[in-house]
Design a protein around this ligand. Structure first.
Ligand code: FES
Ligand SMILES: [Fe+2]
Length: 345
């Protein structure tokens, strides 16, 4: 489906975020992952669990069931399942059919997130998770902080497209984090296996509104904007802002912001968006948590509005491609290649 080849939608063999770690307790959480229902919880010993969220009896959603002593009891007719997905009780009979079990997903707590492996269990590889030091989540002196969780009525790739092309900051976010240079200064692009990096170095540009509002500085700045896509589910970005050449404090850091966007394909036409940040200035992060609500709402509205347009037009849609789409195009190509590789015998 758009923007991929027909019948392609999202990578299966990859880690996706399904919850912020702080939100996973001994309560059942219902999610979707690649069009499959998933139920999550944390065991009494603290370990996260991810199981199929569909009761194999009459397909009742297990997220609406009961959890006690690490056992889910289906709320409809009382089938019980342990943390491995094994059925331990069917009321009124001793025999438990071998087909009566739940798919168990590889799941890991890594940084501020709970990650679930969507594909083949034997291919689940923790070394494919983003490195927490590299993305500045675990940088010395930094505190990571989850900001928002949203469910979008938009296919997952629309949010990836958004994050792979930061030229939109100049327009969609003109009243918060964007300036004209976001759309005119070319990016430097580099690539590693499953990682795409982009950098935009903007010099002597007006400070975006966020700097005026939260720091009180209203002059020109030098800014480096970067985004690293860890395919298939995480974009780690930063905006480093400095006093410009000619300023009394030229080169001194004005602000540093490290942001994390985890994007998860929930169903064909919906996705999850987990937004977080890390900084050495916790007070500033609390300010940003309020301030960026508008910015994130703009991205959500853009993605959902495009999904509505696609619902009318259907596939295929012919696009006009601009020079600064290079990062989006290579992001789509990387995912398309990964999806095709999964189908090879
Ligand atoms: S639907 Fe779950 S026990 Fe019947
Ligand atoms: Fe945006």
């Amino acid at each position: 489906m758009y923007p991929f080849k027909q019948d392609y939608y999202a990578v299966r063999n990859g880690w996706y975020v399904l919850a912020f770690a702080q939100d996973l307790t001994q309560q059942l959480v219902s999610r979707w992952l690649l069009n499959e229902p998933v139920v999550l919880y944390r065991k009494q010993n603290g370990e996260p669990v991810a199981l199929s969220g569909l009761c194999p009896h009459r397909f009742y959603p297990l997220g609406k069931s009961q959890l006690k002593d690490d056992i889910i009891t289906c709320n409809y007719h009382g089938f019980a399942f342990d943390a491995a997905g094994v059925c331990t009780n069917i009321p009124g009979q001793d025999n438990i059919p071998s087909t009566c079990k739940l798919r168990s997903y590889p799941v890991v707590e890594h940084g501020m997130w709970i990650w679930v492996w969507a594909g083949d269990v034997d291919k689940a590889d923790k070394s494919l998770l983003p490195d927490l030091v590299e993305i500045s989540h675990d940088r010395p002196g930094f505190t990571p902080m989850p900001f928002y969780f949203h469910e979008l009525k938009a296919r997952y790739q629309l949010l990836n497209d958004n994050l792979l092309d930061l030229s939109h900051l100049a327009f969609l976010h003109a009243t918060t984090i964007g300036v004209g240079a976001n759309a005119t200064v070319p990016e430097e692009l580099t690539e590693e296996p499953r990682i795409l990096r982009s950098r935009r170095r903007m010099q002597n540009c007006p400070a975006p509104p966020v700097v005026k509002t939260t720091i009180g500085y209203d002059g020109v700045i030098d800014q480096v904007n970067g985004m690293d896509f860890y395919a298939p589910g995480m974009h780690a970005g930063f905006a480093d802002m400095f006093y410009p050449q000619g300023h009394a404090e030229a080169g001194k850091l004005l602000r540093k912001a490290q942001v994390f966007h985890a994007v998860t394909p929930a169903t064909h036409n919906s996705c999850y968006y987990f937004f977080g940040m890390a900084s050495d200035d916790v007070a500033q992060m609390h300010l940003m948590k309020e301030y960026l609500k508008k910015t994130v709402a703009e991205d959500i509205d853009a993605s959902e509005s495009i999904e509505q347009m696609l619902a009318i037009h259907g596939d295929p849609v012919r696009e006009v491609v601009k020079f600064s789409d290079r990062n989006t195009v290579r992001g789509r190509m990387l995912l398309q290649k990964m999806m095709e590789a999964e189908r090879l015998p």
